[in-house]
Design a protein around this ligand. Structure first.
Ligand code: FES
Length: 105
């Protein structure tokens, strides 16, 4: 599979995100100071939607109980053994594309 359009470039405010469904998989797309990251949406605690959380300084914060994850590695910032998948993001013209078969970072 290749890259799939998940958003327009200006659609997501700085510090926020959205949840995208790519072929049945939920992916959180987050805007950290103008750079876009794609990460597995479901928090490893009890499944909170990270795409509805907030982000900054390279981290996303879960909206449910505030666990945080590194946007580049997917690692939980308190326990590196807890890790989410991250995906490759590409900007093409006004579109944001994500490839769920490629690692991001
Ligand atoms: S579900 Fe994410 S911190 Fe609890």
């Amino acid at each position: 599979m290749s890259f799939v359009k998940v958003a327009s470039k200006d659609e997501i405010e700085n510090g926020r995100g959205k949840v995208a469904n790519i072929k049945g998989r939920e992916v959180a797309l987050l805007n950290d100071n103008g750079k876009l990251f794609a990460i597995e949406n479901a928090c490893k605690h009890v499944g909170g939607p990270l795409g509805e959380g907030s982000c900054g300084n390279g981290k996303v914060t879960c909206p449910w109980h505030s666990w945080t994850y590194d946007l580049k590695t997917g690692e939980n910032t308190f326990d590196e053994n807890i890790k989410l998948e991250i995906y490759e993001v590409k900007i093409k013209d006004e579109d944001v594309l994500v490839n769920i078969e490629a690692k991001g970072g």
